[in-house]
Design a binder for this molecule. Sequence first.
Ligand code: ATP
Length: 308
Amino acid sequence: MSAAIEITGLTKVYGEKRALDGVDLEVPAGSIFGFLGPNGAGKTTTLRILTGLAHPSAGEARVFGRDVVSATNEVRADIGFLPDVPGYYEWMTAPEFLRFAGHLFGLTGSVLDDRVEALLDLAGLTGVTQKVGGFSRGMKQRLGVAQALINAPKLLMLDEPTSALDPIGRKEVLDMIASLGGRTTVFFSTHILSDVERVCDTVAILHEGRVVTQAPMGELKARYGTSKLVVGVTGGADALAVRFAAEPWAAEVARGENGSIEITVADLAEARRAVPAAVTEAGVGLTRFESGEVSLEEVFVDLVGGER
Ligand code: ATP
């Protein structure tokens, strides 16, 4: 599998602050890759280094095999980038803005015409004649993504593309990102878990300047949460919870909604045998017995902690 981005030991120090502390990351070509982390984790710093806007203190980063420091111009020709706070010329219309962006890449004539038309369509902005200054945030952001695609990049990088948007604006930007799947590698940073769950096939979680995990979405959930049971009983839940917590097949027992018992199990087969038996023995009824699917949120909180 070829890599769109390979990062090894990437470190960025600002004075006393280690914004990045030995980041290792591999973004497969063709993936829609979510770079997930809380505020201050180092996402923007990573994107700035990849786009040649900041220099690493140590380590290296390659885009399609090229070093981002020694081959910055070649790397830039392969990428499209939407920064976290993009600037727009508010007096332009969407086609004017895209044509302007195209000229900066030396595009002219029918190549530029065709690309502007296709990108307006992709952004859902065909026929919109008002000036960018009157756009909603969602429209602006869709235009921003279109602008980042004007040079037909092999890799599109977006820094927190949905963070300032309302739910509808977010959905539209995410749909736009999803529609690029298979055509362009997309690497986008976010702190919004549901964005990643909705469109990404691969995810890395960044925390305090380090990648704490990286995996395809399905694998990540399977790795952290195959074995969770939710048990509901007609009575005696407290005593049963205490009893389950002492069992070798239970890794962790917590109380969930409506008095349910949530068990993170070390041995699912054994738990499936033992739980109904214990409920029967306690002389109460079983109202719920489910294998719960772990959410990305649980994986995230598990890895990053909820202490902030
Ligand atoms: P956010 O979503 O808040 O932008 P982030 O994950 O993008 O978070 P970064 O902006 O990369 O995080 O910042 C990582 C850390 O480095 C933060 O603690 C930040 O304060 C610090 N930092 C970033 N840029 C600088 C700078 N130019 N000088 C000093 N510290 C910086």
